[in-house]
Design a binder for this molecule. Structure first.
Ligand code: NDP
Length: 330
């Protein structure tokens, strides 16, 4: 029986590999010696990513794919099988967003957001699980979002799609219980510094800022790699995602009111920005990097560093308090 913790030579299909989290994942799986199959709409950028992966010593193929087209997703799987003969890990990562007042955001944008964030993942799951059943093994990873655990105001279609994707993942996981070597994993990242905001539609007329607590695309890519080695049902990247999950589960009404009020407060202070459809309907040449550049522009450290500093500070305060208490007792 092959050692599943060894990723070398494993075939990994990654959708949305032309930027952000998907591009970081392509690089990291390539470093692990995986054979990577890269999908997104921007074929020229995918070729660049494939070349990067080859420089890292991996076999890589780029297959330009619009994941909202089920036939294109079938051809993606066929391409992966043609190149490498099997599929070990399929990552439904491609995604988009639409921010703005619900009724002022065109229906076409809402529909496409649900197509990319939910239906495309269903198409990917349909073809990947069929292949896993033939092989008797495989891991499906769906990149959901903090927004799949707690609703994001002014992003109704995104929330609907990500809640749906969490449900899809859970339902498929139950169905696959009879196949112990087939896994369905869901990942819930907190805010990540990617070109995602640049690619999303914005009909608010205001500049969106992702805030000061930003994890890196590499943090999510590492979570994917961990799951490929040792699959788990649901994985959070960053504590805000877990906090949102607990808060929404334990206090739904107050959490909804708090999130709504927090976003309205932020929007009242936001600078104006042009309304636009971003890359939702058609790909745009901007935003091809792993990072969205927010951390660099803001001159702030990544959230992991802040989390470690906070933990270190809390541990120091705890140690001093324990020391003082021990002295008082002595
Ligand atoms: P990016 O915009 O950088 O990445 C999105 C990727 O999806 C791109 O490669 C894009 O490529 C691809 N894509 C979009 N539409 C299509 C389509 N129709 N067909 C094929 N590919 C498509 O953003 P992120 O890296 O941030 O997003 C990746 C995932 O992470 C998404 O599912 C997102 O919801 C999720 N996520 C992101 C968070 C964040 O804070 N950034 C937080 C939580 C989850 P192309 O345009 O070339 O097609």
């Amino acid at each position: 029986m092959p050692d599943r913790t060894k990723l070398h030579g494993r075939v990994v299909v990654i959708t949305g590999a032309s930027s952000g989290i998907g591009r970081a994942a392509a690089q990291l799986f390539a470093r692990e010696g995986c054979r990577v199959v890269l999908a997104a709409r921007r074929g020229d950028v995918l070729e660049e990513v494939a070349a990067e992966c080859r420089r890292l010593g991996a076999d890589a193929v780029a297959i330009p794919t619009d994941v909202t087209d089920p036939e294109a997703v079938r051809l993606l799987a066929e391409g992966a099988l043609g190149a490498f003969g099997r599929i070990d890990v399929w990552i439904n990562n491609a995604g988009t967003g639409a921010f703005g007042p619900f009724t002022e955001t065109p229906l076409e944008i809402h529909s496409k957001t649900i197509e990319v964030d939910l239906l495309a993942a269903l198409y990917g799951a349909h073809i990947a699980l069929a292949q896993f059943l033939r092989q008797g093994e495989g891991t499906l990873i769906n990149n959901v979002s903090l927004g799949g655990w707690a609703p994001t105001p002014y992003a109704a279609a995104y929330t609907a799609a990500k809640f749906g994707l969490r449900g899809l993942s859970a339902s498929l996981r139950q169905e696959m219980q009879a196949h112990p070597r087939i896994h369905v994993c869901a990942v819930f990242p907190s805010m990540i510094d990617t070109p995602g905001l640049e690619h999303g539609a914005n009909f608010s007329g205001l500049r969106i800022d992702p805030g000061p607590h930003l994890y890196t695309p590499e943090d999510v890519a590492k979570a994917f790699v961990r799951l490929a080695r040792a699959p788990r049902d649901e994985t959070a990247v960053g504590w805000p995602a877990r906090a949102a999950q607990f808060s929404y589960t334990l206090a739904r009404g107050p959490t909804e009111r708090l999130m709504g009020a927090a976003i309205r407060f932020a929007l009242r202070r936001a600078l104006p920005a042009p309304r636009g459809e971003g890359a939702v309907l058609h790909p745009t040449p901007v935003g091809t990097g792993v990072s969205g550049g927010w951390l660099a522009r803001k001159g702030i450290p990544p959230a992991r560093t802040l989390d470690l500093a906070t933990l270190g500070g809390l541990a120091a305060v705890g140690a001093v308090a324990a020391l003082l208490a021990a002295r008082r007792r002595a």
